[in-house]
Design a binder for this molecule. Sequence first.
Ligand SMILES: [Zn+2]
Ligand SMILES: [Zn+2]
Length: 179
Amino acid sequence: MNLISIFFSNLLVLNSPFQLAFLIVLAYLALLWIALIIWVTRDSLNRSESLFFQILSIVLVISLNFFGVLIYLIIRPHQTLEQKYLTLVDQETIDAEYEDEIIKCPRCESVSHKDFFFCPQCGHQLKIKCAKCHKPVQVNWKNCPFCGIGAEVSIKKKLSVKNEKSKEKEPASNLKAKK
Ligand SMILES: [Zn+2]
Ligand SMILES: [Zn+2]
């Protein structure tokens, strides 16, 4: 005699309503348990390619029931395989888009944008401003790639601009004294 026929034969000889209620609850829990096994099987297949993990998940639910499901929810991978794939594709698209806009700081190796003058992490000078066109030029470049002005000329021009500015700042009393 199998379990189902035992179940029904018991149902037929029930003499108390409590027994009937008990059996209904038992049947409900059994259905829930089967549903949970199916759900965990599907979910583990969606989340992992590892056969070991899939078998472990199913064994957990079969042996520990609801407690097993709880453990499964804690140990299961955060993302499904599909979500993982989509995240990877997104990241690759972003990387490809910004690859030519990204530079590495030679001092601390953190990533920064090609237009930045200073490293946001350590403050190391990455670029200087071209004296003529004011575009960011790498410190070790000999010529500005945007306007073609030589770095030496660029620095000289910067110095002359600075001198002019400092002259302007000289107080009027000094100028009078010179005259
Ligand atoms: Zn840095
Ligand atoms: Zn320039």
